[in-house]
Ligand binder design. Structure first.
Ligand SMILES: [Zn+2]
Length: 75
């Protein structure tokens, strides 16, 4: 009971100081905010794009587009 209450207030606290990130790849703001994806240096990648990157075929054109974008973040 007490644990639940603490968890609830922590979630509210996080939400109040939440800065909504914009995905570096698809340019969308994920509904779950900063927790709905990964941060890569200063860039943010939403969980949807993260999944696409992980599942992309290395030989596919889509994968190359992602890699080129990621290079801009990392280099
Ligand atoms: Zn995205």
């Amino acid at each position: 009971m007490l644990y639940e209450k603490q968890q609830g207030s922590a979630a509210i606290g996080r939400r109040s100081c939440l800065v909504l990130p914009r995905c570096w790849i698809c340019d969308q703001v994920p509904s779950g905010g900063i927790r709905d994806g990964i941060r890569l240096k200063k860039a943010f990648i939403c969980s949807g794009c993260e999944r696409i990157i992980v599942q992309s075929d290395v030989a596919s054109g889509q994968y190359q587009i992602f890699i080129n974008r990621l290079k801009k973040i990392l280099l």
